[in-house]
Design a protein around this ligand. Structure first.
Ligand code: CTP
Length: 405
């Protein structure tokens, strides 16, 4: 199959031109170069191509100086894994050396050695990501499909290349579900069986690797259906057994859909709020989530443990140190009665403040000394219990407390 027409039709003009130049230049340097992975998958699905990924059968950072100087190529970054990011005609391009990967143990990062494009495609996650299209001029647009990726794109299937794929790299469990949700593809039968069998390997992944996958899922447009698939395949339960399942999961998830916190970590806030109170800090430890999210978890626990019939003072004490984010997230899912307490705190108790200070008290004849602090704090407690007072009322109350003392 040759996709030269598709390249012209689907890519933007600058993308097309940039790829043409790169193919031409690599060809002159004597190396084969291919569009790969998501670039070719999205091209074939006629979806917008956002990233240009090119594989060359050589270390790309060693080739940079060989480019014809008439083309301006900015090297944005080089990595020790023989990949580099460049910019040409204002187009960002990821270049990588064709590689073979060996996973020393399940869940560990792979050991990488240079290889041919054929081997490189064989180390990939799914057949739909294991397609390549040559960009060298004599073979421009020729598709290399060693794993029946074209067939799977047609029949809308996500399929692993070999039975050890999820075991090698359990992040592929998340990727598999992400592509299925994003593209509306089903899991090929063998892949589904293997995924269910290999879910336990999720326990071998570090918190950071799981978190990265979750954040990627949440940046998708179809997050909701991906989360449903995660529930269906019990992926969340393998991250931590304290997550609700089935109808309970759907119900809780629905309550949380309107929350909008402007952070790429929104998914983590949501997952922390989905899990049972007594398991929450354990999840945070498992995912290695750091101080900010630990505080958020502790705050939610504090909120969830407020007794519905608590006094105003007790509500104030429980919530005064709690972050606004925790209150707004909890507001989405706690009981009606508890929500009333949150409202009372946010709309009233939190806004209560003293409008008088020591100077005012001395102004009405209360002598300098510890009594001043005592009286101010008594007035504040009184307002928390009974509602805010105006400045003159606060002064009158100070004078009364002084007289009573
Ligand atoms: N890949 C893999 N196994 C992984 C991660 C990535 O085999 N655990 C391969 C896949 O072939 C994938 C390519 O590396 O296509 C690039 O990975 P990535 O940038 O994460 O995905 P894209 O395919 O670009 O897809 P998208 O960014 O659209 O999700």
């Amino acid at each position: 199959m040759n996709i030269e027409n598709l390249l012209e039709k689907t890519l933007t003009k600058p993308q097309y031109k940039a790829i043409k130049i790169l193919g031409d230049q690599f060809h002159k340097m004597g190396t084969r170069a291919f569009l790969v992975g998501g670039t070719i998958r999205d091209l074939l699905l006629e979806r917008e191509v956002s990233d240009i990924d090119i594989i060359v059968e050589s270390d790309p950072s060693n080739l940079m100086h060989k480019f014809d100087p008439q083309y301006q190529i900015d090297v944005i970054s080089n990595s020790q894994f023989s990949t580099c990011k460049i910019k040409i005609l204002n187009q960002a391009v990821d270049l990588a050396m064709a590689r073979e990967e060996i996973y020393p143990t399940s869940g560990a990062l792979p050991v990488v050695t240079s290889s041919s494009i054929e081997d490189d495609l064989g180390r990939r996650d799914f057949s739909i990501n294991a397609l390549a299209a040559c960009i060298n001029p004599p073979n421009w647009g020729e598709v290399l499909d060693l794993y029946r990726g074209l067939e799977d794109l047609q029949s809308k299937h996500v399929r692993i290349l070999h039975s050890g794929s999820f075991k090698d790299d359990p992040t592929r469990i998340f990727r598999c579900i992400r592509y299925s949700g994003r593209l509306g593809f089903s899991l090929e039968d063998g892949t589904r069986t293997q995924l269910l069998e290999d879910l336990t390997y999720i326990t071998l992944l570090s918190g950071v690797r799981i978190t990265n996958e979750l954040v990627k899922i949440y940046s998708e447009k179809s997050t909701n259906s991906i989360l449903d698939l995660m529930d269906q395949f019990e992926v969340l339960g393998h991250i931590h057994p304290g997550f609700p399942k089935g109808p309970e999961f759907s119900k809780r998830k629905k309550l949380l859909t309107d929350i909008s916190i402007p952070t790429s970590e929104l998914v983590l806030y949501i997952l922390i709020s989905l899990i049972q109170t007594d398991q929450r800090m354990d999840l945070i430890k498992r995912l290695d989530l750091g101080n900010k999210l630990s505080k958020f978890g502790r705050d939610l626990n504090r909120i969830e443990l407020i007794e519905v019939s608590s006094s105003r003072t007790k509500i104030y004490k429980q919530l005064t140190e709690v972050s606004e984010i925790a209150i707004s997230v909890a507001d989405a899912y706690v009981s009606k009665e508890l929500r009333r307490n949150l409202k009372l705190f946010t709309n009233e108790l939190k806004t209560i403040s003293l409008c008088i200070d020591g100077e005012d008290l001395m102004g009405i004849g209360i002598p300098h000394g510890p009594k001043i602090g005592d009286i101010l704090s008594k007035i504040f407690t009184h307002m928390i219990n009974s509602g805010p007072l105006s400045k003159p009322d606060q002064i009158r109350m100070a004078s009364k407390f002084f007289g009573d003392s």
